[in-house]
Design a protein around this ligand. Structure first.
Ligand code: NAD
Length: 366
């Protein structure tokens, strides 16, 4: 990890001393830790990194851009110029092991195609870095487990970038569900669909994407049913359909699925690469309901409750919030609420959804 700069050390020490004569050395150390920013290296400089993650990093309180990993020299040059990075902060996918010598980098944020997440996470862990990885964690349970094992062996944290878990709208829905504000939830409905756009992209190739709409955006609906019910599904039943089998030859175009949870809560969900516009979440409970529509945007989500009240919060940068939280977890030595294991659970359920659709029967997860 990066050492504290002299200025950061003096500032935090002065703050600790000002707090009074009885402050312990360990709380001084804790405050010094809190005041420093962790260095993030972004691995994979595509659309999400360029348009969302890098700008969000500039807004964080506990993180700073300390490196990049790319296979494209022109991108490296552009990012170096834009963010003032020196050449020793630039890596290719083949030279990530050299990060071990770079104490400026604490965390690698993996933003490559789904099926490359294990490769990049394991390289980062071997170089002694914590890893924050985009969703889906990987394309199979086995690969997710390898990532978890690699980080554990290196003594580093692995986080899954589930931004909705930091959205105040979703957090409020979790509160309404857990506190039984409208009684016990009974049916949860969630859907997320987009128009995937150009043919030829990695999202339509099984080898790189692992799956289609379900792996890419349906995962948000699945996640929501788990954190809203607070339970793990025990049974799943799915139907897949393709209206454009040529374009979606390798991956799922549209999928609908239902899951049953141990308490009896049922969820029904949908996802598609051809039906942009579905973007919602609704919890029906014994004495009322609440919903978000839109539910899964980067910003602008909003919702309603059956008592007529709105669910609406000021927009925050979800990418900044999740990076700051991960950095604070590392600095304070506490677990993240989105560990690699959480990413693995969704991949396991998605594999069962695919199996159910393929076999035309319900699949038990118990
Ligand atoms: P993208 O295609 O825009 O970027 C992918 C990057 O990976 C590119 O820079 C590309 O050059 C690089 N790459 C390295 N090896 C590659 C290879 N063999 N083939 C293709 N590209 C390769 O994709 P993106 O939209 O930035 O998505 C990246 C990851 O982020 C995916 O896992 C995706 O699921 C996730 N994502 C998350 C969100 C979110 O809201 N959290 C949104 C979009 C994407």
């Amino acid at each position: 990890m990066t050492k504290l700069s002299r200025r950061e050390f003096l500032a935090s020490t002065a703050a600790a001393m000002a707090a009074g004569p009885f402050i312990s050395t360990s709380s001084m150390r804790a405050r010094a830790q809190e005041s420093r920013k962790l260095g993030f290296a972004i691995c994979g400089l595509g659309k999400l990194s360029t348009d969302q993650i890098a700008p969000a990093l500039m807004k964080t309180k506990h993180c700073r851009l300390a490196g990049i990993v790319t296979g494209t020299p022109a991108k490296a040059q552009a990012w170096q110029a834009k963010y003032g990075l020196d050449t020793r902060s630039v890596y290719s996918y083949d030279t990530m092991h050299r990060m071990a010598e770079n104490r400026d980098i604490d965390v690698v944020y993996v933003v490559t195609p789904n099926a490359l997440h294990a490769r990049d996470t394991i390289a980062a862990a071997k170089a002694g870095k914590h890893v924050f990885c985009e969703k889906p964690l990987e394309i199979s349970v086995e690969r997710c487990q390898q990532m978890i094992d690699a980080c554990r062996q290196a003594g580093r944290m692995l986080g899954t970038a589930y931004r909705c878990q930091f959205d105040p709208h979703h957090l409020e829905c979790i509160r309404l569900a857990r506190e039984r504000v409208f009684g016990a939830p009974n049916i949860i409905q969630a859907g997320f669909a987009i128009d995937v756009g150009e043919p030829g992209q990695w999202r339509l190739k099984r080898e790189l994407a692992g799956g289609g709409a379900l792996m890419d955006v349906g995962i948000y609906a699945l996640q929501a049913t788990r954190y809203l019910s607070g339970e793990e599904p025990v049974l799943v039943s799915a139907v897949e359909t393709k209206t454009d089998p040529r374009r979606f030859a390798e991956v799922d175009e549209s999928m609908v699925w239902t899951t049953r949870f141990p308490s009896g809560v049922v969820a029904y969900c949908s996802t598609s690469y051809k039906a942009g516009g579905i973007q919602n979440l609704r919890v029906n409970a014994d004495d009322g309901w609440f919903e978000l529509d839109p539910a899964f945007f980067y910003g602008g989500n909003r919702g309603r409750r059956s008592d007529g009240k709105e669910i609406r919060y000021p927009q925050i940068d979800l990418f900044a919030a999740e990076m700051d939280d991960f950095a604070q977890c590392i600095l304070e030595g506490r677990p993240t609420k989105v560990p690699g294991e959480e990413g693995l659970r969704d991949v396991r359920i998605m594999q069962a959804i695919y199996e159910s659709a393929r076999m035309s029967r319900a699949v038990s997860l118990a």
